[in-house]
Design a protein around this ligand. Structure first.
Ligand code: MOS
Length: 750
């Protein structure tokens, strides 16, 4: 591990550390065009008809009344949608889709809200009216949307070492509890949408996609056309949280309708449909067993998790993601299993696996600390591993201990008194809790093109997209750092499969993946500028060897002389009548590396304060201190914004969010932003974010890992531990509800 010393010596100087978002003005002025903003001449509107049972068969679809209604152009269903293919199993990051069944493939209904038909009309209102007039008859079967999960399929072992059962039996102190996290719906403010255009040969699909390249591959397969006949565009996204990573069934409906009717078709998934047919974080149920010696050292860790999935698809949440490497213990086993429910197919939601998994593991650590009467920060310090004991590999860079110590200091942890309800401020009972967090740090393959132009501007492009996290900004920043070109002269073009294939906006790895490719592309463009300089009589470098020249801050110069003695690249291009030079960069991915030599993860510590008013049973999260070790932070502004947003979302996870299925109909019943509670401004705590900023050069030359997801990990466990500290009530099934706290000892004695 690195020390304070090498931290100060290895951080590279920053030229424009805190650049505000380059797309900010477009967004706040309403100029940024989102998917559903697109309008084309002759465009039609599609509105799906959703199943009103959760399990059974469609016996009859009567479209006669709908078809006769004003403006209706077509009503599609199984008999007339035409051929839609299933995708072949995905290879790597290509061809991924979570719900593999194409729309209308059979007459079986497997979840409430499954699309059974779709109306296309001249206006949205006409389509809505006609969709309501489609009469669907069902034969309903018994459905199961129960929150209580019992495995009907055999669990698989995700990680194992030593003999955890034996060690647990003989451990001095043990914890054996089951934790639950509810179904959560991503609820980005921008609704999912598809605007499909067919020109007789090719599709242009405007999509709300966090992964345009994969989206193109999936749609080409489903629609049965060559990949090059599909272009997917997603310029701006109003977030996604993972819900827009892979295509959903509405995309194929819009594209098929556009091809059939030979007119552009827009389909916007409404908020209530968002709860049904575009994924969710699945319900998880996790039994955690910890055994420790009286000194707090873990002798056994067992983490057995289940998550619900849909009837047809195997979505694995991956709750044991961080279990094997978080703490040192000779004996460990992590298993996971699936339980089928009549729900739409789940999908990745911000920090899939690690976020629910660390809620369970870190909650159990807090319970163990209480039993051992050891401070929960100290318990974690005592169990700090020297290496990743799951993979038996060193960490590329792990500063978890410093996260805990820095966080404890900033939070004022030393003043904590451990007894339940023992801390007061302004008449309120305080609860203080802590949890660790972690997230994978990887890269995926990325290609980038850079153009340096004779007018002194640059263009950088890649078929990746910005889901709102700051990809436009970071791309601009890297180009500016490497070329000396100011931001207002750099054009960043993303979100279009016509560009060189870029990474998905997921896994917090877009920035880390793009960094090496941008550098390489610039390097190549610089080499071409040097060639131009040496071949031109009109520059001071004619007949120089290219090896003797360098480009620094946009100026070509002799390596042995200062950049100021050279000539600006645009001058060289202009004198040669060259409009622009370009360079392409390509970086390899790190997934599934043969001979993996290091374990690569980000780490962090979350400290939470709650205030509790037992007299009126009022709970509030008042303060969060979070310390994140995510490598070098490329731009602290959007990075801080990511962590703050994740903490706000973590408050929601801890005390508000839960998608409720109505047992009678199997429908998500709180399917709107009034009934599905998320954290609002008034619920948001004071948030203090610290980045340790140790570059992880194993990831890329800039040492940047990524910050999109890690801030949500651990936060719910820190909050429920604080709730326990304030109230004496341990809530193990999220979210914390007022009724959980009504019987709190503090409520009775105060
Ligand atoms: Mo994130 S759940 O990988 O969009």
């Amino acid at each position: 591990m690195t020390t304070m010393m090498d931290r100060t010596t290895t951080v590279p100087p920053r030229t424009n550390g805190s650049l505000p978002r380059v797309d900010g003005a477009l967004k706040v002025s309403g100029t940024a065009i989102y998917t559903s903003d697109h309008v084309f001449p002759g465009m039609l509107y599609a509105v799906p008809v959703c199943a009103t049972i959760a399990s059974g068969t469609v016996t009859l679809i009567d479209t006669s009344r709908a078809e006769a209604m004003p403006g209706v152009k077509a009503v599609y269903h199984r008999a007339n949608i035409g051929k839609i293919y299933r995708t072949a199993p995905a290879s790597g990051f290509s061809g991924i889709v979570d719900e593999r069944r194409p729309p209308f493939e059979d007459d079986t209904v497997r979840y409430y809200g499954q699309y059974v038909a779709a109306v296309v009309a001249l206006t949205f209102e006409q389509a809505v009216a006609a969709a309501n007039a489609v009469k669907v008859t069902y034969k309903a079967d018994k459905h199961n949307v129960s929150d209580h999960l019992e495995s009907d399929e055999k669990s698989k072992v995700d990680s194992q070492r030593g003999d955890p059962d034996a060690a647990f039996k003989t451990a001095a102190v043990t914890v054996d509890e089951t934790y639950g996290t509810p179904t959560e719906t991503h609820n980005p403010i921008e609704l999912h949408a598809s605007v499909a255009i067919w020109d007789g040969q090719s599709f242009t699909l405007y999509e709300t996609s966090q992964a345009v390249v994969n989206h193109r591959e999936v749609m080409a397969q489903m629609l049965g056309v060559p990949t090059e006949n599909v272009r997917v565009i997603s310029r701006f996204l109003g977030s996604g949280f993972g819900g827009k990573l892979w295509p959903w069934t509405h995309c194929a409906i819009a594209a098929c309708a556009a091809r059939d009717l030979k007119r552009p078709v827009k389909l916007v998934v409404t908020r209530d449909m968002m709860f049904q047919s575009v994924g969710h974080r699945p319900r998880t149920q996790q039994r955690v067993r910890l055994g420790a010696g009286a000194d707090g050292k873990l002798v056994a860790v067992m983490h057995d998790s289940l998550n619900h999935t849909s009837i047809l698809d195997d979505y694995e949440e991956g709750c044991s993601e961080a279990t094997a490497y978080s703490y040192s213990t000779p004996n460990l086993r992590a298993t996971s299993g699936l339980v089928r429910r009549n729900v739409g197919t789940p999908t990745s939601m911000r920090g899939p696996g690690a976020v629910p998994g660390l809620f369970a593991l870190e909650s159990a650590m807090d319970e163990l600390a209480v039993k051992l009467k050891i401070d929960p920060v100290k318990l974690r310090l005592v169990n700090e591993p020297a290496i990743d004991e799951g993979l038996k590999l060193p960490f590329s860079s792990r500063h978890f201990v410093e996260c805990l110590n820095t966080g404890a200091e900033k939070f004022g942890w030393a003043k904590r008194t451990p007894e339940v309800g023992s801390m007061k401020r302004d008449g309120l009972t305080l609860g203080w809790g802590v949890a660790g967090c972690s997230w994978i740090a990887e890269r995926m393959e990325a290609e980038v093109a850079v153009e340096l132009r004779g007018d002194g501007t640059a263009r950088v492009s890649s078929a990746t997209q910005d889901i709102g996290t700051g990809t436009y900004t970071v791309m601009s920043q890297i180009v500016s750092e490497k070329t000396g070109i100011p931001h207002d002269r750099i054009e960043v073009v993303l979100g279009d499969t016509a560009l060189p294939p870029g990474p998905i906006s997921g896994g917090s790895w877009a920035s880390a993946s793009l960094v090496p490719a941008v550098s390489q592309a610039i390097e190549k463009a610089h080499q071409t500028v040097i060639m131009a300089a040496t071949k031109s009589k009109d520059t001071p470098f004619v007949d120089q060897k290219p090896e003797a020249l360098a480009v620094t801050n946009g100026r070509v110069h002799l390596k042995e002389k200062a950049p100021e003695t050279g000539m600006a690249f645009e001058e060289i291009l202009t004198r040669n009548n060259i409009r622009a030079v370009s360079g392409q960069g390509k970086s390899e991915g790190t997934f599934g590396e043969a001979n993996r030599k290091l374990s690569k993860h980000s780490f962090g510590a979350q400290f939470a304060e709650v205030t509790w008013q037992p007299e009126i049973a009022r709970l509030r999260v008042s303060r969060v201190v979070t310390v994140i070790d995510a490598g070098r932070i490329l731009n602290p502004k959007p990075a801080r914004n990511q962590i703050e947003g994740a903490v706000v979302m973590g408050v929601g996870m801890a005390i508000f969010e839960k998608t409720k299925y109505d047992s009678r109909y199997g429908a998500p019943i709180n399917n709107n932003l009034a009934d599905y509670m998320v954290t609002t401004n008034a619920d948001s705590p004071e948030i203090d974010v610290t980045f340790l900023d140790y570059p992880d050069k194993v990831i890329n030359e800039m040492g940047a890992r990524g910050v999109g997801e890690i801030g949500l990990a651990g936060i719910a466990a820190a909050i429920t531990s604080a709730v326990y500290h304030a109230t004496g009530v341990r809530v193990r099934d999220l979210p914390v509800k007022l009724e959980d706290l009504m019987g709190a000892p503090q409520h009775l004695v105060s």
